[in-house]
Design a protein around this ligand. Structure first.
Ligand code: HEC
Length: 168
């Protein structure tokens, strides 16, 4: 190929490459869960509908708290960190930092219903988890958050003798 031909082929190739750079976030998307009728017959086990009905909180048991811990660990720790302080790995890599969990803007503890609502629908730039975490597990996370808060504000008197010995 002569140099003159090169000069012609390169712009054509560039034009072809650049037309492939479509902004995918603006493309039309098919949401298979958009309506009940269009939901696929084979919905993955454990998935939930996006607009689920209000769901009463289950009784708080040790099993629920353990479940809450593992769900919190899987879904929330990347941003909110194990302690809830809001300096998880994703935040350390540049994602905006959330406020420490369990306090509101006024510094008061958040109500369980408010926390459940934020987990379900998200808040601001945080996406909701309605499609990823079933209602009982959302409540389990809420219960775990209260246990976490209590653990961080525990007085010595509230500890068992064994815990007191460990805290020396
Ligand atoms: C991708 C990072 C990310 C993940 C994952 C995440 N969050 Fe958040 N969360 C945020 C950010 C950022 C905010 C602040 C949002 C705003 O107000 O703009 C926030 C706000 C909150 C708030 C409100 C705090 C307040 O008082 O303003 C609660 C409660 C919360 N998140 C709980 C959770 C729980 C529980 C999970 C796991 C199920 C979770 N978040 C997962 C980033 C995240």
């Amino acid at each position: 190929m002569t140099p003159a031909r090169h000069a012609c082929v390169i712009p054509v190739m560039l034009a072809l490459l650049l037309t492939g750079c479509d902004d995918m976030s603006k493309q039309h998307k098919e949401n298979p869960y958009a309506s009940r009728d269009s939901a696929p017959a084979d919905i993955a086990q454990g998935s939930v509908e996006y607009h689920d009905a209000p769901h009463p909180a289950p009784a708080v048991t040790m099993a629920l708290l353990r479940r809450g811990h593992s769900e919190y660990h899987a879904f929330c720790v990347p941003c909110h960190a194990e302690t809830g302080a809001g300096d998880g790995m994703v935040v350390q890599r540049g994602f905006p930092a959330p406020r420490p969990l369990l306090t509101t803007e006024e510094g008061q503890p958040a109500l369980p219903e408010r926390l459940y609502g934020i987990i379900t629908s998200g808040q601001g730039i945080m996406y909701g988890f309605a499609q990823r975490i079933v209602p009982d597990d959302r409540w389990a996370i809420v219960a775990y958050l209260f246990a976490l808060r209590r653990s961080q504000h525990a007085t010595r008197a509230a500890m068992t003798p064994i815990q007191q010995a460990g805290a020396q």
